[in-house]
Design a protein. Structure first.
Length: 121
């Protein structure tokens, strides 16, 4: 995601529902979704974007289109990949952290999924 390389500090807590990020990284992720969903509007992000509320990146979900489960719906969203450096390491050691749609999307309503992000400065 363009612009994410400027973010140097983060904290990963796998025990929470939401991931709290600063507004700069939030804007990078929002821009990435806007780009990704527009590249192939027919196949990417199978649900109209709704980014109108501050701090909410949401998409419509049509249960009639995905009656068995949301798995195919999730497959239409990007895998978010973060390059993470090992804390306190002077070796420059890094690893990729992949965040899958089934992990970052939560069902806010019957007809809506949102990215589990919130802004925290």
């Amino acid at each position: 995601m363009g612009g994410s390389e400027k973010i140097k500090v983060g904290f990963i807590d796998s025990g929470t529902t939401f991931t709290y990020i600063n507004s700069a990284l939030y804007k990078v992720i929002q821009s990435h979704f806007e780009w990704f969903c527009s590249v192939d509007a027919e196949n990417h992000c199978k649900g109209r974007m709704d980014f109108n509320r501050r701090g909410y990146l949401c998409f419509n979900y049509d249960v009639d289109e995905f009656p068995d489960s949301p798995i195919e719906y999730f497959k239409s969203f990007p895998i978010l990949r973060f390059l993470v450096s090992v804390d306190g390491s002077n070796t420059g050691e890094t690893f990729n952290l992949d965040w899958y749609p089934s992990e970052y999307l939560y069902r806010e309503r019957d007809n809506r999924y949102c990215v589990a992000l919130d802004i925290s400065e």
